[in-house]
Structure formats: C-alpha cells, structure tokens
Design a protein around this ligand. Sequence first.
Ligand code: RAM
Length: 364
Amino acid sequence: MTIHSRRGRGRTALAVTSAGLVAALITGCGGTTKGSDAAEGSGSGPQRDASANPDAPIKEDLTIAFLPKEIDNPYENIVDEGGIAAVEELGGSAKEVGPSDASASSQVSYINTLVQQKQDAIVIAANDPNAVAPALKDAMEQGISVVTYDSDAAPDARQVFVNQADSESIARTQIEMLSEQVDGAGKFAILSATPNATNQNTWIEFMKAELDKPEYADLELVTVAYGNDDDQTSFQETQALLQTYPDLEAIVSPTTVGLAAAARYLSSSPAKGEVELTGLGTPNQMRQYIEDGTVDQFALWDPTQLGRLAGHAAAALASGRITGAEGEVLKAGDLGEREIGEDGEIILGPPTVFNADNIDDYDF
Ligand code: RAM
C-alpha cells in the first residue's frame, strides 16, 4: 500500500508493508505534509442552518484538504491541483491527501485525520455515498465544512456537491457518441470504475434510461464490468469482455482510468477498429489513441475548473459566505457565479466532446 500526501506541487510518498504500520501511518497521514499539522482550525465553521453573509471576508489562515477517490488517478490530480491553486489565490493553504485504492471505506481514516487536524474544509470525491457518511457528519458537527466534488456522498453528509456537469447530460453525451460510432445498432458493454462509485452509478442509470428512447432500440447493453479505477484491472476486464462477448460492437467507459486502459488494450489487439470505444477521458491520456485510430471520440469537462469551483465552494462555506442552501449564489472568481441548486448541488457546465479535429486544442 502506498500513502501519499501532496501540498501544492510538493509530494511525498511512503511505501509501507506491515498492516499495523499502515494503520498507524494512515492515522497520521497528513503528518507527512509540511505545515498541515500546524494549522489551527476555527472549530466553529458554518452550520448547515446558519444564515449566509455573501460579503463576509474569506476566513484568515484557511486550511482546506482535497481527498480524491484515489491519489494516483491522473484525472483527480488535475482536479486537485486546480482546487489547491484556487484556495491559495484566496490566501488560504490547501493540500491533497488520499488512499492508493478507490475502495468504499478507504477514505474514512483520512477524513478522521483531517478532522483531528481541524482543517477548515474537507473536499471529497466519495468512493461510496454511505461508507464515508458517518465520518463526514462527524466533521460537520465539529464545525468543518464538507464539500463533495466529482462523486457525491449522501446529501446529509455534506453541505455542497460540486458536480462536473448535469449527470443526465453526461450520460446522454456518452450514448450519443456510442450510437454514432456503431450506426445506432449493436451490443455494447460498460466498463465502469468501482461498483459503489456514486458518479458512475448515477451516469449508468441515466444511460440505461437513454436506451429506452426509440432511436436507441437497436443498442443492447450486455453487461457492466468494473475495473475499479485501477489501470491493470481495467485492462484485464477489457480483455475479458472481448473474450466473453465475441460479437461485442463497442465499449463505453465512463471513467478516465477505464477508458485509457481499454484503449491501450484495444490499440494492440486484433479488435482495434472492430470494437468501438468511447466514454470519459482526458485529452492528454487519450491523444495517442485518437491519433492511432483506436478511438474516434470521447468526452470530459475541464478538470482544473472543477477543482477551482470546489475550492471556491469550500472557501465560501468555511467563511460563511454560503451555507449550501438552495438559491444561494457562489462567487467563484474567474469562473463567475453559480446558483446553488436542489440538495446543495452546484454544476460546473456541459461536457466537451474531443475528437481528431479538436484534441490538440486541449492540454490536460
Ligand atoms: C475517473 C474517476 C472520476 C470520474 C472520471 C471521469 O477519473 O472515476 O471519478 O469523474 O473518471
């Protein structure tokens, strides 16, 4: 197991083997991050029912921790770098800490440590909506602001969810790309992240609903496989899908880890060009597979902007500018203003489709 902690661009990594040592290190996981343990929290962050003061100054000595699904996920790293930069621009300090696997309970000890450190806000991409909920509720009870981003927790376990795009549009875009690539007919599989991931599961449900539309009557979802947002597992799952379903026309992978691994498998397989692949990916990870013809198109939002929006939301919550109530307006610097929707949801914007024509316009 590897435990990582980052602050700004600085990074320390610690490889450990003994289970006892792992537990001890997780309890003090943030301790490897210079300056973080010295941070004094206010202990009196905003309560969810407190009234907001949109003109309140940003809290002094603000400390915010970003807790991604998994610390070595390149997508999540871009998001967190964006968030850390936004917090630093607001005069605060921020860091990224997190587990080396995206399993359901992997984030709980990190949350507990961040609570002990009295961080002003925790910004988390939840691996499971419920497994992290008790620890997050405990954090809020202790005055720590809680923001979910990318992948939500149970709504009563956080104040705000910063969603990358409307979940339905993320699903619709993927089914549209799939249908274009297989001319509206054929068997396809979904290669997802972990079985408990809130975001992928939401998108999969919306994708299934899309399939009920008459124009998609000839598309058939044969299975949902899980690569656990692990590169090697996703690679092997791709291979297994092709073996199990010899008449498979396409794979849709709504995870950057899965899409890149599936593309790598297909690019050197006889199925290249035979089995279509699309989903959600970063342009920099997918460029070579667009160039070699393995992939025609895929989608994503701007991960830096997602992190920046989450950083602004966390800073605004911790400073009392917002409470997460519907109708409040978040001022998010260069991103402009966002109105908080139902259940504390803030949406970044629509996804972008990348293909050979535009991929070189993007560098993330
Ligand atoms: C992976 C993660 C993340 C998701 C992206 C699209 O990096 O599963 O949660 O938003 O893919």
